[in-house]
Design a protein around this ligand. Structure first.
Ligand SMILES: *[C@@H]1O[C@H](CO)[C@@H](O)[C@H](O)[C@H]1NC(C)=O
Ligand SMILES: *[C@@H]1O[C@H](CO)[C@@H](O)[C@H](O)[C@H]1NC(C)=O
Ligand SMILES: *[C@@H]1O[C@H](CO)[C@@H](O)[C@H](O)[C@H]1NC(C)=O
Ligand SMILES: *[C@@H]1O[C@H](CO)[C@@H](O)[C@H](O)[C@H]1NC(C)=O
Ligand SMILES: *[C@@H]1O[C@H](CO)[C@@H](O)[C@H](O)[C@H]1NC(C)=O
Ligand SMILES: *[C@@H]1O[C@H](CO)[C@@H](O)[C@H](O)[C@H]1NC(C)=O
Length: 678
């Protein structure tokens, strides 16, 4: 067990007299502990509950639900009518050694959102929003808006939820009736109980007085008790009769599905997806790769079910593990699925095994299909998702140098996405919504790394041994949106830097340009013609992070040619500086074609040639300089640049339409440009 002690907890001797917030209603009783934990052992089990005075507990009253919630550094508990339904701790008492072990505490920190059924008090949903981490507030509105009105909402902080809680999220919480949200301090405990769309029952928090120099680090734990009137019937009782009975039973158990469980405006259980006109992908299944994120899966499913081609007969969900809620959801929507347990030593190898099983199951379940489309549960499909694959499917049959069509473009962020009809070839496997043929899948399956070998399947699949010079077709503007923050590593940061600002066309049909020119020879012909047709050689001494490095619009339609240092396929040091400065994906070399990157920077078309690796290096003229990084140790400074992409590359006319606009503004230090590049 990991022993990760979060720091020294000092005794906070200050006695806070009135932690009761204005929102506190007379029906609730509030108790708080004023002393912080004195030693590790003090953080022990249910201290508050044991010490509470017994006279607070009345005889069971059938008309109320007594909700007891504790917020503290190392423990978060929730009880209904004295029955503990959640007990989350950082510490565990090890009987063998008689010591207190710490579990990875940072992964359990954050704002806990818990939903109770107002008629029986059962826990219907539990999510942790790690709003202490940069960017992780992004999901807060979506999660809170997905809860059904009339339900009991309990929120509590374990350790901290304020460090990176954005202003917009604070305002959102305030609107919901969390009165301490605006001023919530670092490591402040908070417990809150309310009815969604109704009244606030109680809120308790302690703002610790900070002792200067002593560094009082955490506020004291708070325990809140609220008596909430019990409803005879849950809100889901509005659904009755026929198919709706199944909805009633689903919605009585679970929450977090938005309109699926809304009485006023219920989402359909069946979507009569229109036929895809002149479909070339009849019988090609869509395999959704899922694990245990059912509310994500629901959103993903709806995005495909309501568009042309999204018929139930082609959709199959592959579920890793046994998860009742996932299965109940799929049965409610009558979506077919396979459950299985992937295996693997680590998380990455387990995911790999899940992909392997999904691919092989797909082709055996659909024995006649020549291709499959794969989509992960944390992606939303754009409205022309099937149409996009329909228009490009034949390329995979005709051109053996292509091995996938992907709906994702690694570079396509807000200021780069330019033309939804435009396609390119890239020497990588972008994934995130992609189509593959039976032959390629079989080849992959025959080489798949074994489960006991540590690996990342997508890194493996992108390796040159596997790709073997083949390419994928990608759109200039992606057709999937990655919205999943839970279940990934430093999700907020990655999202703010690379995923949050990606537009997806909101049109059910976009005619793709010159699909036949994506075949190898035709593509090469067109490319060479454009490269040789009087491009603008960029010979600037400006640093790539300088706002005027590439003109956004002043090239009169001529593409700009830039040379950067690149020695091998995987050499990306110069690309990293370049891409990071210009707000492009920079974690590795992706989206290139024979050492060439092609994209629009606002209205200027840009060709970046990796010199001398690229096959197009011959275009370099003697007087044109090559961007290189001389001093690798100075690269560290660029770590601060990625989170600022959204603020450096604005596009007001479209950004309001992009999801997750609530992106925190980071601060990043200035750096000495002259040190980096010659
Ligand atoms: C208790 O500690 C011992 C020695 O560090 C360790 O081997 C054992 O796994 C621990 N027990 C639990 C339940 O964590
Ligand atoms: C956000 O969180 C990071 C750690 O994830 C921390 O270093 C930083 O100080 C926090 N606050 C802001 C305003 O970025
Ligand atoms: C499907 O592809 C065919 C052939 O390219 C095309 O004629 C048809 O319009 C496409 N339909 C849609 C909805 O994309
Ligand atoms: C190209 O840039 C280099 C370095 O900034 C400079 O020395 C050279 O004069 C430039 N050439 C032209 C033709 O502008
Ligand atoms: C570029 O110029 C065109 C035509 O003048 C204009 O419509 C467009 O908005 C400009 N784009 C940018 C990013 O300034
Ligand atoms: C490289 O950069 C680092 C950090 O910016 C600096 O301390 C060091 O002196 C530089 N080395 C050279 C050879 O310029």
């Amino acid at each position: 067990m990991a022993k990760a002690y979060p720091g020294i907890i000092l005794l906070c001797a200050s006695v806070v007299t009135s932690p009761i917030s204005a929102a506190l209603k007379p029906t609730s009783v509030l108790k708080s502990q004023f002393l912080g934990p004195r030693s590790d052992a003090d953080v022990g089990p249910s201290e508050v509950l044991q010490k509470s005075s017994p006279d607070l507990y009345r005889e069971e009253d059938p008309t109320i639900l007594r909700v007891t919630v504790t917020s503290s550094v190392h423990q978060l508990t929730l009880a209904v009518n004295h029955e503990k339904i959640l007990d989350l701790r950082t510490t565990e008492h090890n009987i063998t050694t008689n010591t207190v072990d710490f579990t990875p505490w940072d992964t359990t920190s954050g704002l806990y959102v818990m939903v109770l059924n107002p008629s029986n008090g059962r826990l219907m949903m539990k999510r942790v929003l790690m709003t202490q981490e940069f960017g992780s507030s992004l999901e807060l509105p979506t999660v809170l808006q997905s809860i059904t009105p009339g339900r009991i909402l309990v929120m509590a902080i374990k350790n901290d939820a304020s460090l990176n809680l954005s202003k917009k999220s604070r305002e959102f919480l305030t609107e919901m009736g969390v009165s301490s949200a605006i001023d919530l301090q670092f490591r402040q405990s908070l417990a809150w109980v309310g009815t969604v769309g109704g009244r606030v029952w109680a809120e308790a928090t302690i703002q610790e007085r900070r002792v200067k120099g002593l560094g009082c680090q955490w506020s004291s734990p708070v325990t809140l008790e609220a008596d909430v009137p019990r409803l005879m019937n849950d809100v889901s009782s509005c659904f009755n009769g026929g198919q709706e009975k199944e909805r009633a039973s689903f919605c009585d158990k679970y929450d977090g599905y938005g309109h699926l469980c809304s009485c006023e405006n219920p989402a359909p259980l069946f979507y009569a997806a229109p036929k895809l006109e002149n479909s070339q992908i009849e019988g090609v299944p869509l395999i959704i790769i899922a694990s245990n994120r059912p509310t994500y899966l629901y959103r993903c499913l709806v995005s495909v079910l309501r568009q042309a081609g999204g018929t139930l007969d082609r959709i199959h969900v592959m579920v890793d593990g046994r998860h009742q809620e996932v299965v109940d959801l799929l049965q409610l929507l009558q979506v077919s699925y396979t459950e299985h347990d992937a295996t693997g030593m680590s998380r990455a190898t387990r995911i790999s095994d899940h992909y392997r099983l999904s691919l092989s199951t797909a082709f055996s379940l659909f024995p006649k299909t020549s291709k499959v489309i794969l989509l992960e549960e944390d992606l939303l499909a754009g409205q022309d998702f099937f149409s996009f694959f329909n228009q490009t499917a034949w390329l995979l049959d005709e051109d053996p140098t292509l091995w996938c069509v992907s709906a994702w473009n690694d570079l396509s962020s807000l200021h780069i996405a330019h033309d939804p009809g435009l396609l390119r070839r890239v020497e990588t496997l972008p994934g995130l919504g992609w189509m593959v043929t039976r032959e390629v899948a079989q080849e992959l399956l025959s080489k798949w790394p074994s489960r006991d070998k540590e690996h990342d399947w997508d890194l493996w699949a992108r390796s040159q041994d596997v790709m073997n010079g083949r390419e994928c077709v990608v759109p200039d503007v992606g057709r999937t949106f990655h919205f999943g923050l839970s279940g990934t590593h430093s999700p907020g940061l990655l999202h703010v830097a690379f995923f949050a600002g990606r537009p997806v066309p909101a049109l059910p049909y976009v005619e793709l340009h010159n699909v036949h020119r994506l075949k190898m020879e035709e593509y090469e012909e067109d490319l060479i013609r454009r490269l040789e047709d009087d491009p603008l050689y960029l010979n600037t001494s400006l640093h790539p992070c300088h706002p005027l490095f590439i003109p956004r619009n002043a090239t009169g339609g001529r593409p700009v040619l830039i040379f950067i240092d690149m020695r091998t396929f995987i050499d990306y040091i110069a690309w990293k500086v370049f891409a990071r400065c210009l707000g492009l994906w920079d974690l590795d070399t992706r989206a290139s074609h024979r050492g060439l990157y092609n994209f629009y920077f606002y209205d200027t078309e840009v060709f970046v040639i990796g010199y001398p690796f690229s096959d197009y290096s011959y275009l370099k003229l003697p007087w044109v300089n090559v961007l290189e990084v001389k001093n690798i140790s100075s690269l560290k400074k660029f770590d601060y640049v990625a989170p600022s992409h959204r603020f450096r590359f604005r596009r007001p006319e479209v950004e309001e339409m992009v999801q997750f606009w609530d992106v925190p503004k980071p601060r990043f230090p200035t750096f000495d440009e002259s040190q980096l590049i010659t």
